[in-house]
Structure formats: C-alpha cells, structure tokens
Design a binder for this molecule. Structure first.
Ligand code: TYD
Ligand code: MG
Length: 457
C-alpha cells in the first residue's frame, strides 16, 4: 500500500501573521491571546531561493542605476470620481495595489462598482461574494451603462488569472480579498496564509503587468482590516471607508499612501442610486436652521487641503447620577475631557458635576485640533443657555493653560467662512493674519476669558 504523503501544518497568529512551530495561548510576537490557529501549508518542498542554481539566472531581472531610469508620463489616470481621485493623490497609479476596508454594508461594493462602470478604460470587476445577478441588479440601480466593464464571479486565483489573460483589463477590482483562495495552499479562504498568498499573487501581477489592482477587504470587529497586518505593508495604498450607518454621509480616508498624502478625505452621500460625491462639504455639514439654539457653534476645519465648516453641538446638563457622563460623537472623548478640565481649572467654569454630550453633525469624525475653540464655545453656550450670534465661527486650538493657539492654513479657513456667508471668525491673536484683508470680521483672542467676554459678556 502506497504511503500517504505527510501533510505539513503550521501555526499562524491570526492577528499578526507570525508563524509558530506549535500552538500557543498567546502570540509571543504581538501578545494577543487566542489568535493562533493551525493551518495546512503546501507539502511540496522547493529549495530555498538562495540555494537555487546560478545557471538559471533570469535575464529579465536586472539591477539598474536609479539615475538611468525613466519615469512614465502617464503614470496616473483619473477614476472619473473626483473624491476617489483626491484621496488617492490625483488618480489611480499604474501598477499600484490599493486595499480598501470598511464595515459590512457601508458601501464598498457600491463605490467600486460605480467607479468600474464610470471608467473609460477596460475594467474587470471580480466578485467572490455576490452572484452575477446580484451585481447586475446593483449596476442597474446605479444606472450607468458601460460596454467596457467585465464581471467575473470566481474565487480561485488561478481561474481569475486565466480570465485576466483572456480579457486583458486595464484595471482589476477584487471584491473581496477574503473570499479568494489559491490552489497552492490547502487552507481555507479567509485564513491568514490564503489572504497573504492571494494578495502577493495580485501584487506580483500588478507590478509585472503595470495594471492597477484594487482589493476590497473586510474589517474585524475592532475596526482593523481582517487578515495579517503585513497585508497593509504589502500594498501601496490603504483606504478606509467609514461613516455612521444612521447617516447618509460616507468618508473615504487614506491610512497609507505611497503616492500621495494621507491627509485628504473624500465625502460621499449614499442615495437611492449609489454614492454621490459631495464636492462642497460645508453646505451639507451646516444644519439648515432658522432659529438659533444654545449649544451650537461652527468650526472652520481643514481636512487635507480642503477647508470645511462643521457644526458642533453640545448639551450640558446637571448630572442625574453621581458620576457625570461625558459622551462624544465624531470627536475624541479624551480631548473633550481635557478641554473640560481647562475650563474648570483655568477659567473657573463649574462643569465637574455636569453631564456633557458633544456631537459633530453629519456623522463625520474630525481630528483637526482647530475645532477646539468651537467645542468650548458650544459647551459654554449650552451651559449658559445663551445661543451664539447667528453667523460666527471659530478656528483655533486651545492649550492646557487656556491659551488660544494658532492653527495651520488660517487664510483658507477664513476664506471658507467668508465664502459660506459668515460674518465673524474667532482666531488666535498669535495668528499672522491681517484682519483688513478680509471682508469677514476677524476677531483675535489670546485667552478663553476674552472669547467668553465677547460672546456672552
Ligand atoms: P454595499 O456596497 O453592499 O456594502 P459593502 O460592500 O461595504 O458591504 O452597500 C450596501 C448598502 O448600501 C445597503 O445597505 C444598501 C445601500 N445602497 C443604497 O442606499 N443605494 C444604492 O444605490 C446601493 C447600490 C446601495
Ligand atoms: Mg460588499
């Protein structure tokens, strides 16, 4: 009786992808508990690359002098989706691999199908999650016709590459990397080794054929991209698609970008017929209202190079229970605590026994420190129960001693406020701004007390 070849297994950490020789309760590389699983690995043994015979030198692989290399003029092409281009740093780079992650149902498939349908180049959309019928229904819903967009429902990477060779697409989109599997490995789709293998096959394909590849990735319950962390190192660009399920706005951010800045964001609105690009965010982020209520303040914020006005809402009320509550949506809770401590300690406002709720309208998240002053103004307005004057906004950071600090790109923030029809902006007295240059009234302050004096004094 022929003896069965011995199958080889190894233990991989599902969090960081480290390989272990035996099962462990805790990964000694990333210190996560219960993340190690046994996986089958290939049982063919190939000699290590270092030991391969020198006679098989591949003539097409050669080291070149950097100076002698030519750059390609048409390195990028437009996705014809202004927000997507902006986040990528000016369009899709030839031969690049982009990974886009997001919660289930946030609209990743919708966004990429929409981009595929709008592209003027030949596109291959590979779906491992949905049937042809389902994708077709979605395409009908989006309502764009395109003769040059191909759909393939497959999950085996070998079959996919055969179809790529037949269709010769100019761009490949994969929905999603977790559903693919390569025959080289025996482990199940979605396992660390399969994700790594399939991703590296597509990365190799992208680099050798100079075809851009976009991979959709699932995220885990704690918000990280599922699969090995090294996946993020392997690809050129990592994008994150996020938003509040209860709001229609979706934000696309770059977490890593080898070809552009990571400061840019793209804003979309989910509608009945797909995602609509939001080209003027200030208009949608300012709530439409006639009468002004206490606790609302407008901040002139900046995401990447794009200024936008956002509205901050605060509610300060007496705590019903012993420990006051602090809750935020779209703003860092620790930063709120810091600002409350500054108000308490440096400016003598008694907020220690109050519940404070803070909300940035539109369901978006802002990390720009320049909204500090607007947060403070909203809190003070709610606490005093006095609405702020109709058309004022704020753009300054607040320091630990209650000083008002200047922020970057003041001119753009002031111009945006002016453009949106506001008539006063509070900034730091240390900003190098000539107030006379603007039609809007620029008010410089050095301390929170001065701002309080001007607003409610
Ligand atoms: P989907 O792209 O399937 O999300 P993901 O791929 O990230 O899991 O998005 C699904 C959601 O989007 C679904 O709840 C319905 C909604 N949607 C619209 O509101 N309008 C549309 O035109 C489409 C296609 C989807
Ligand atoms: Mg999907």
């Amino acid at each position: 009786m022929a003896s069965k070849p011995k199958t080889k297994t190894a233990f991989f950490c599902q969090n960081c992808g480290t390989q272990h020789s035996k099962w462990l309760g805790q990964c000694n590389s990333c210190n996560e508990w219960n993340t190690i699983v046994e996986e089958l690995i290939s049982n063919t043994s190939t000699p290590s690359a270092w030991q391969s015979p020198k006679s098989t030198i591949n003539k097409s692989v050669k080291a070149h002098k950097i100076d002698s290399l030519q750059t390609d003029e048409n390195q990028r092409f437009s996705s014809l989706n202004a927000e997507f281009d902006r986040v990528l740093g000016g369009g899709i780079v030839q031969g690049s691999v982009t990974l886009i992650g997001g919660e289930p149902g946030i609209g990743k498939s919708t966004l990429l199908l929409q981009i595929s349908l709008r592209l003027k180049v030949k596109c291959l959309y590979i779906s491992g999650e949905e049937s042809e019928q389902q994708v077709k229904l979605r395409a009908e819903r989006i309502g764009i016709q395109n003769q040059d967009c191909y759909l393939l429902t497959a999950t085996k990477s070998q079959e996919i590459f055969q179809q790529i060779a037949l269709t010769e697409p100019d761009i490949v989109i994969i929905d999603s990397i977790q559903t693919l599997h390569s025959e080289i490995l025996d482990s199940a789709p979605g396992s660390v080794s399969q994700i790594r293998q399939c991703a590296s096959e597509f990365i190799q394909f992208a680099k050798e054929s100079n075809t851009p590849v976009i991979l959709i990735g699932h995220i885990t319950k704690d918000g990280n991209l599922a699969g090995p962390k090294i996946l993020e190192h392997m690809v050129d660009t990592v994008l994150q698609f996020e938003g509040d399920r209860h709001h229609v706005y979706r934000i696309l951010r770059a977490n890593k970008n080898r070809f552009g800045s990571t400061a840019e964001i793209g804003i979309y609105e989910m509608q009945g017929a797909g995602l609509k690009e939001v080209l003027n965010p200030s208009e949608i982020l300012l709530s439409k209202r006639d009468s002004y209520l206490s606790g609302n303040a407008i901040a002139s914020s900046l995401e990447g190079i794009r200024p936008m006005l956002v509205e901050i809402q605060a509610l300060v009320s007496t705590a019903v229970y012993g420990t006051p509550q602090r809750s935020t949506t779209g703003f860092d809770a620790r930063r709120l605590n810091m600002l409350l401590a500054v108000l308490e300690k440096r400016c003598g406002f008694r907020l220690g026994a109050k519940d404070v709720f803070l909300n940035i309208t539109g369901g978006i998240r802002i990390d720009d420190p320049a909204i500090d002053l607007a947060v403070i103004a909203a809190i003070l307005s709610s606490s005093e129960d006095i609405p702020l004057a109709n058309k004022i906004c704020f753009a300054a950071e607040v320091g630990l001693s209650g000083e008002i600090r200047p922020v970057a790109r003041m001119e753009q923030r002031i111009s945006e406020a002016e453009k949106m029809g506001l008539n006063q902006i509070f900034i730091s007295s240390h900003s190098k701004i000539k107030a006379g240059d603007y039609a809007i009234e620029v008010i410089s302050c050095g301390k929170i007390e001065e701002v309080f004096e001007r607003l409610f004094g």
